[in-house]
Ligand binder design. Structure first.
Ligand code: FAD
Ligand code: MLT
Ligand code: ZN
Length: 502
């Protein structure tokens, strides 16, 4: 049996993902969304001097931004651009409430914004909506080391809450590549998934309560410090994943998990997707309850992060790579289990090569290979990004289908993602956006997904970019009920218009 090696690992600083994220600057400005997608502005009021005077009386002069708004108008992927003339930065629920009450009465449209790391064009205005930034509501309210319950304001950065939780031996049950920028309120509003849904489930399970401000300014206090509360309708779920279209989340309480005592990460090379599936099946059998992440990276994806960030991959030359992580309580026992799993995979010829480590620095270096893929892909020029749930047997086929379909129109077609959750990230990169490649990909990719009974959005949401395709994953009856809910909670449709629903 070939011996696993832990050598040849990367030699980067552990916080490279974070530091890159913070210094990342958009170098290309996309065409205005209204122009590219031919959007007719809704029947909303336009800003007047009296509006500015009112908002200034609420947030103060320093937190009403009218200049240099590109960072608020353009999304992380540089795929959409709004033309907002005003950003408001309230510091409390009461200020959010006063702003929304006024906007509702005046029929001024509003785009709630967290860390602006969203990937479906939901976080920036489509036309001239006022941007409501939650960045100043950033307080951690409490973390209880006995119960594991944490509460914070919506603008708290995910990584900040996690670091504080770790001081008490806890972890936030959500982790994603954008953790140093995204907000808890943004995470809840998108029902973000991330790297450990396999272990902790999604936010519908971990979020215990929310406080949300409705379009008319009413504050809905649904905060709770209990896992169990069956008192009527579970309204908090309306705000988890509704992408700022039903209310503005201002506070969140969630259940943190105990920090694991032992962690291991393996990075494996495989020669076929069939072997990937068998290795996933075996990882569940051999690793059981200590399995905490199972990610797939294909060769084109790894090539992007390795070459763009000058990383060294511990292994190379395979069509598929898997990153498998365990989190348990006894390093020795966990390592034994991991070794048995790896030996079995290598004996059967499913795993060709790999590396395993329990050293923190080395684990972080392996994770970087995976977490930096989406960031590296932007450097290819323009990236069409699809985040789909697919039956595992169909999981990778769409990547090959799209490679064939787009041919030379693309510079890179790749697939990576949360294999353990049946969630593929299909990315198609090209030098620049053109209608030709756009039409070659869409709606085909959604039709395909629907035919195999997948979901057109596994974790990123619908936002602006996917709203025309909602019908591929939801029945007409379900869409009609969604519209009724929207009408009930936001009758003037001022909250994040042009998003989620047509
Ligand atoms: P924003 O991008 O600002 O907003 C997202 C949506 O939520 C918008 O519709 C916005 O209007 C709304 N919103 C924001 N805050 C509020 C609020 N307080 N109240 C009401 N509505 C609000 N996502 C995943 O699911 N899994 C991943 O693994 C993952 N990895 C990523 C890696 C990278 C490198 C990047 C750039 C993004 C990744 N994302 C991932 C997408 C993104 O980070 C998540 O969707 C995140 O939850 C968005 O949080 P945010 O604070 O940036 O929200
Ligand atoms: C990820 O898993 O890396 C994110 O969801 C971002 C992406 O899809 O590229
Ligand atoms: Zn993801």
């Amino acid at each position: 049996m070939k011996k696993m090696s832990a050598t040849g690992l990367l030699k980067l600083r552990p916080n490279v993902v974070k530091s890159f994220f913070r210094t990342y600057k958009a170098s290309g400005i996309p065409e205005l969304t209204q122009v590219r997608h031919n959007v007719k502005r809704g029947n909303y009021a336009t800003l007047e001097g009296k509006d500015i005077a009112f908002f200034e009386s609420i947030v103060g002069k320093n937190h009403l931004v009218q200049d240099d708004l590109q960072g608020y108008n353009v999304d992380f992927m540089r795929s959409v651009r709004g033309s907002s003339q005003l950003v408001l930065r309230p510091s409390s629920t009461q200020e959010v409430s006063a702003i929304l009450k006024y906007c509702n009465e005046r029929k001024l449209a509003v785009c709630p914004q967290g860390g602006n790391t969203g990937l479906v064009g939901g976080s920036v205005p489509v036309c001239d909506e006022i941007v409501l930034s939650l960045a100043r509501l950033d307080k951690i309210l409490h973390i209880d080391e006995i119960t594991g319950i944490a509460a914070c304001e919506a603008g708290c950065i995910l990584e900040n809450l996690d670091l504080k939780a770790r001081e008490l031996g806890l972890v936030v049950p959500l982790d994603l590549g954008a953790k140093s920028s995204c907000h808890i309120g943004g995470n809840v509003s998108t029902n973000a998934g991330g790297l450990r849904v396999l272990r902790y489930g999604n936010l519908h399970g971990s979020v215990l309560g929310v406080e949300a401000v409705l379009a008319n300014g009413d504050v809905l206090d649904l905060m709770s410090d209990f896992k169990k509360d069956n008192t009527g309708y579970h309204l908090k779920h309306l705000f988890i994943g509704s992408e700022g279209t039903l209310g503005v989340v201002t506070k969140v309480s969630m259940l943190c998990a105990p920090q694991s005592q032992a962690q291991h990460v393996a990075f494996l090379g495989l020669s076929s997707f069939d072997d990937v599936l068998k290795t996933f099946r075996d990882s569940r059998q051999f690793l059981g309850e200590i399995l905490s992440s199972c990610e797939l990276i294909d060769a084109n994806s790894l090539d992007a992060s390795v070459n763009h960030f000058k990383l060294n991959s511990p292994i190379e030359g395979y069509p598929f790579y898997m990153l498998i992580e365990t989190s348990g309580s006894n390093a020795e026992h966990d390592m034994e289990k991991f070794n048995r799993f790896l030996e079995n995979g290598m004996e059967k010829g499913q795993i060709i090569d790999g590396t395993i480590t329990g050293e923190v620095g080395k684990m972080q270096e392996i994770w970087k290979l995976r977490e930096l893929v989406p960031v590296a892909l932007i450097e290819d020029g323009f990236c069409f990004k699809y985040d789909i749930s697919l039956p595992l047997r169909e999981f990778y086929h769409i990547v090959e289908v799209m490679q064939e379909r787009v041919g030379n129109l693309a510079t890179r077609v790749c697939g990576y993602g949360h294999l353990g959750d049946s969630n593929l990230h299909l990315n198609i990169c090209c030098q620049e956006f053109t209608q030709e490649i756009y039409k070659c990909i869409e709606p085909f990719v959604y039709e395909y997904t629907s035919q195999v009974k997948g979901s057109i959005s596994a974790e990123h949401g619908i936002g602006f970019l996917k709203k025309n395709y909602l019908k591929y994953s939801k029945s007409p009856a379900a869409i009609s009920k969604m519209r009724e809910l929207k009408q009930l909670l936001d009758p003037n449709s001022i909250l994040n218009p042009y998003k989620v629903l047509n």
